[in-house]
Design a protein around this ligand. Structure first.
Ligand code: GLU
Length: 451
């Protein structure tokens, strides 16, 4: 069994955005890749900013993404409780330990960590290879003389506030020690905290974990970091828009990491097998909504018919497109035809409504295209109608009908496709026409062609 223990340590002070989701995911992948443990720890010491609603969003989103945890809220574990708000006793005991060692002292009502020796910002980050190295003794001396480095005592920092609340750095390290965390994989925004965390490990006399700070996610346009307010930033948005969770998860993996086998859309088992923390990019990743939509589309198209039908049924029922009378067989028959052209579950109701009712929307743009440059869709429909009426209802027989009528009128068979498609579906494009006609059935098709 692997000794790897990683954790995701969110503070429930805001919505769960894709940056947090990716951090959780990379920790989860590393645990699954190494056969280690993935721990969820809720850093809820900031009473004013925490809320149960935010906590619920975090847990729901993680469930939805399938990043299951081995220890943490709900599942428990031997190092619990996993809410920092319930670990106050431990923090006081650990403060006392430092005070007893002379490494913590009280000043102005707050407790401070007493630093000793040279600043120790040297650490071997898995990703950020250029962490400033300043603890080589001669250099520190030199820098001290020149006033470039503060003296140790000037770098002391507060670990318990005067109101009796422990500070983030302190609880973060105390818990990483208590929970036997071996690797800290977190956002680059915490890089500047790491020297403090290392000081705390040193004060406790504990070997620090390995650190890997993962780069930021930039917004689609411009130089800025993706913020909660940016479109596409919140995981629940994808949930509401009926994205496939495995597709969102797959896309998040691509934000700062590249699968080694050249595929971008791949099963999670293959991602787990290939994922290495050290291979996470050092440069920032850029969020690309279109790519996310594309990964979702590819994932949707790769589902088995039964999987697709199981997901589509509630979506179509909610939209009033089908009712319980529509059999699985009929649903699968329709979906089999449209799957290769389906864009998303969100758009599926409008895409397939015409299979189930005569009351479907007609796309004005599609109609405009048909009549552009003197096109006469009604005339084409009138020409093809008798042949389709007398046709055996197979795709091959329909092909022959289009070819024969085309030849008789000096046209290409394809000249009939768009007018017929529009008449039966109101759409300007879609799945393979003959398959659409076959599944609609001859009676319905003729009825709609007659108008
Ligand atoms: N609670 C911190 C955050 O949400 C966790 C930092 C860490 O992973 O060490 O950013």
């Amino acid at each position: 069994m692997s000794s790897v223990r990683v954790r995701f340590a969110p503070s429930p002070t805001g919505f769960f955005h894709i940056g947090s989701a990716r951090t959780a995911l990379f920790n989860w992948l590393y645990a699954r890749h190494t056969g280690g443990k993935f721990i969820l720890r809720i850093e809820d010491t900031d009473k004013e900013r925490n809320s149960d609603a935010f906590l619920k969003v975090i847990l729901d989103s993680m469930h939805w993404l399938g990043t299951d945890w081995d220890e943490g809220p709900v599942v428990g574990g031997e190092h619990g409780p996993y809410f920092q708000s319930q670990r106050t006793e431990l923090y006081h005991a650990k403060l006392k330990e430092l005070a007893d060692k002379g490494r913590a002292y009280e000043k102005d009502g707050a407790w401070w960590l007493r630093l000793e020796g040279a600043r120790s910002t040297v650490f071997d980050d898995h990703l950020k290879k250029e962490i400033e190295k300043v603890d080589a003794a001669p250099m520190v001396l030199d820098d001290l003389v020149r006033g470039r480095v503060e003296r140790a005592e000037d770098r002391d920092f507060v670990i318990f506030r005067s109101n009796g609340e422990p500070v983030f750095h302190f609880v973060n390290v105390v818990d990483d020690i208590a929970m036997k965390i071996t690797h800290v994989i977190r956002g680059e925004d915490h890089l500047s905290n790491t020297s403090k965390h290392l000081e705390l490990f040193k004060a406790f006399g504990v070997e620090p974990p390995k650190y890997a700070h993962i780069p930021l996610i930039l917004k689609t346009d411009g130089p800025g970091k993706m913020s909660k307010r940016d479109r596409g930033a919140l995981i629940e948005e994808y949930q509401q828009r009926r994205y496939l969770p495995e597709a969102v998860r797959n896309y998040l993996c691509l934000l700062g990491w590249t699968p080694t086998d050249g595929r971008e859309v791949l099963p999670i088992a293959d991602i787990i097998a290939q994922f290495e923390v050290g291979a996470v990019h050092q440069s920032n990743a850029r969020f690309d909504e279109r790519k996310m939509a594309n990964v979702n589309m590819q994932t949707l198209r790769a589902l088995t018919p039964a999987q697709f039908a199981a997901l589509a049924r509630p979506v179509l029922a909610d939209a009033g497109v089908i009712d319980a009378q529509v059999t699985d067989a009929r649903l699968e028959e329709v979906l089999a035809v449209v799957q290769e052209k389906a864009v998303s579950l969100e758009h599926l109701p409008d895409f397939v409504r015409f299979f189930f009712t005569d009351d479907f929307k007609k796309d004005e743009n599609a109609l405009a295209n048909l009549t552009k440059k003197g096109g006469d869709p009604q005339a084409r429909v009138a020409e093809i109608l008798p042949a389709l009426a007398g046709c055996v209802w197979t795709e091959a027989a329909m092909d022959a009908a289009f070819a024969t009528v085309g030849a008789a009128h000096g046209r290409k068979p394809t000249d009939y496709f768009a007018p017929v498609r529009f008449a039966v579906s109101g759409q300007g494009g879609g799945a393979h026409l003959q398959a659409v006609l076959r599944v609609l059935g001859q009676e319905t098709v003729l009825k709609r062609l007659k108008g």
